[in-house]
Design a binder for this molecule. Structure first.
Ligand code: AMP
Ligand code: ZN
Length: 667
């Protein structure tokens, strides 16, 4: 096999794995194996730039920067849909069509109406050529580089596809991914996104496609337009789309008549809440293309399709009061306290008002009658005020000027939506929130201690910061409510155990603003210990990969505060990890006796010499090249493709460094 064929085969194999995983939800290899193959391909492509292909699976990770998105005309216009709100509307629609077509029996394809960002993708000779946003329907923005990072969109097609066609669909952000993104933002003190739809369309317009690649976007495709299409109705077109490798919604159904359409609507009106992404209705399309052609288009939309909008779940209720919550980073969130009301199957008592601008925009006042809506988000929102029902003595809402918890004057930085309380060390919810963050799973992961207990400890003057946790004694905790001997011991043991948590988690746990999990890892690996980090200037910090000025400034501010420094010194004395530990197993064993290892690539946890030493310390041998005698290849980043191929040929086991650690650490 020559290089070109090897590259080609790898691309096809990886495309198939992407398809299995993202379209069929059915992975057949492990993530590790996938990554190894992708790395192998990347290496081969780097070494043989003449075989570059912009549609190679290696291009999915993104990295291209687009400063201005080019406007591109659609080769086929993107129409809107007419809306209907009742079954009567649909009956009228059918009657109208039957007047045009004669009294034929009409069949329909029923689809869900996904709420995301619409996209039109052009394929030429089976390759993704271009992806354009809807724009005004005649022309949109070229977002090809960003769209290519969405793994469920094929870059190359399979089977018998037409030479040139456009396929349209909706790019959506599933709730789970959206919540996760927001969780991460909240953790580092940023403002969360308001809803999945806007976040999805915003993701298409990011300048750095590597950022788009990180977002868990999906694309559902439902409409093909072009010449010489090998089907003559909508339902079959979805099937073809699937055969060519697209994710065409599997909920779609062929309905023999309007009654069957109504059944579909009734079913999804209830069950749509269980779908992983947001839907706001059903799209009913006349199935036969011949009928579609005869019906044609109005100036705005096809006459052969109709969106049926689900009744949005909205109710009127009264605003009893507005309260203000203080978050871990001091950020203030206004909350509407409502007259409890039934909405979308739950009782709603509260709604978020987001910030002062939102209150001003709605001109919302206590005792107003408000319109509450529940979209896909968990917290309902207020969308309007009924001004006619406003009481006469009503007064405009005045946003608070001082912290509701500690009275400190609030500040609002330019460009930020939220006010915040700057009393970092004296404001109770900030102190409690910071300790709760410290003990959380991704941070110090302290077992035996929960968020409520933290509040209890604080309110009983037992802890004022996270360093105080390490001085807690069983006898201090026992007098507290609901604290038995056993749970008090668990708490103290959990705190003790946290001294083993690695530096990168400790750094995240400190709760430095804008320092999330990934940033903490980057900083920990770069600076190796807290002393180096605490001495770094903004200028030095921004030189670290992915560290921007805002993060850098926040780190410098954190370490220039005496209180922070003294807390860290106390933690150090208690034995908390403030430097990266080399993970070499010092207790030599003979666990690897008789085994021959070959080491290839670059490692995260070891230097190559340390890794070799660890093999030998544990009784193994290090070989210089792969042969039939080799038992294991330990593969790191950038392992050479030739080695990988050889190992595969000889059937030698390939493991990563964590697997290796398991080998020497297992009993
Ligand atoms: P509207 O924006 O209300 O005019 O509705 C038209 C939009 O609905 C289209 O531009 C698509 O983005 C979106 N849409 C979502 N799901 C579907 C579907 N299954 N078929 C057609 N359009 C859909
Ligand atoms: Zn405060």
């Amino acid at each position: 096999m020559n290089i070109q064929e090897t590259i080609q085969n790898l691309r096809e194999e990886l495309n198939q794995h992407n398809h299995n995983y993202y379209v069929l939800d059915n992975a057949t290899i492990s993530d590790f194996e996938f990554d190894q193959k992708l790395k192998q391909l990347q290496e081969l492509e780097n070494q043989n730039p003449e075989y570059f292909d912009e549609n190679s699976p290696t291009q999915r990770v993104g990295g291209t920067i687009t400063k201005n998105f080019k406007t591109i005309p659609h080769q086929y216009r993107m129409y809107s849909l007419d809306n209907s709100y009742s079954k009567e509307d649909l009956i009228d629609w059918e009657n109208k069509m039957q007047r045009v077509l004669g009294n034929v029996n009409l069949e329909y394809t029923c689809e869900l109406k996904y709420d995301g960002a619409s996209i039109s993708i052009t394929y030429e000779n089976g390759k993704l050529l271009r992806a354009v946003t809807r724009g005004d329907g005649f022309q949109g923005d070229d977002v090809t580089n960003n769209v290519k990072t969405i793994k469920s969109i094929p870059l190359k097609l399979k089977g018998n596809y037409p030479e040139n066609f456009d396929i349209r669909g909706e790019i959506v952000l599933p709730f789970a991914g959206f919540e996760k993104m927001n969780q991460e933002l909240i953790e580092i003190g940023e403002t969360p996104y308001s809803n999945p739809r806007n976040t999805a369309s915003g993701s298409l317009k990011l300048q750095d496609s590597a950022e788009t690649a990180k977002r868990p976007l999906e694309c559902l495709l439902y409409f093909i337009t072009g010449k010489n299409l090998p089907f003559n109705n909508q339902f079959d077109s979805l099937k073809s789309a699937r055969d060519w490798g697209f994710k065409a919604p599997k909920e779609s159904k062929l309905a023999k008549n309007l009654d069957a359409v109504f059944e579909f609507i009734d079913y999804w009106d209830v069950h749509r809440h269980q779908l992983p992404y947001e839907t706001d209705g059903v799209v009913v399309k006349v199935n036969s293309f011949q009928h579609q052609e005869e019906l044609g288009y109005t100036a705005k939309s096809p006459r052969w399709a109709m969106a049926y909008k689900f009744k949005s779940e909205q109710v009127f209720t009264k605003l009893n009061s507005i309260s203000y919550q203080v978050g871990r980073t001091g950020s203030i969130t206004p909350v509407a306290n409502l007259q409890p009301v039934q909405l979308a199957g739950t009782i709603v008592k509260r709604a978020s008002l987001h910030n002062a601008d939102q209150i001003e925009k709605l001109d919302i006042r206590v005792n107003d009658t408000v319109f509450v809506e529940k979209g896909g988000e968990i917290i309902p929102k207020i969308i309007a005020v009924d001004l006619e029902k406003r009481p006469e003595n009503s007064e405009p809402t005045v946003y608070i000027t001082n912290c509701p918890e500690c009275e400190t004057l609030l500040v609002r930085n330019e460009g930020e939506a939220n006010h915040y309380c700057p009393n970092f060390y004296g404001c109770p919810p900030q102190i409690i929130g910071r300790i709760q963050h410290y003990i959380s799973r991704k941070a110090m992961d302290i077992e035996g201690l929960g968020g409520e207990t933290v509040a209890l400890l604080y309110n009983n003057n037992l802890v004022k910061n996270y360093a105080d946790l390490y001085e807690l004694k069983v006898s201090d905790i026992l007098p507290l409510e609901r604290m038995a001997q056993k749970s008090a011991e668990n708490l103290v043991n959990g705190v003790e155990e946290s001294k083993k948590i690695p530096f990168e988690n400790v750094l995240f746990a400190l709760g430095i603003r804008f320092v999330g999990e990934t940033v903490a890892k980057k900083l920990a690996r770069h600076y190796k210990n807290i002393d180096n980090l605490s001495k770094a200037s903004v200028m030095e910090l921004v030189l670290v990969d992915e560290i921007g000025e805002r993060i850098a400034q926040s780190v410098v501010d954190f370490f220039s505060n005496h209180e922070n420094v003294s807390i860290i010194n106390r933690l150090k004395n208690f034995g908390v990890q403030f430097e990266i530990k080399e993970v070499v197993n010092l207790n030599a064993t003979n666990k690897l006796e008789g085994k021959i290892f070959v080491v290839s690539g670059v490692f995260e946890k070891f230097s190559r010499d340390d890794l070799k030493k660890a093999i030998e310390d544990n009784g193994g041998k290090v070989g210089s090249s792969i042969s039939s005698k080799t038992d294991f290849v330990i593969a790191g980043e950038n392992m050479g493709p030739a080695k990988l191929e050889k190992a595969n040929q000889l059937g030698v086991k390939i493991i990563d460094e964590s697997k290796f650690l398991e080998l020497i650490n297992e009993n």
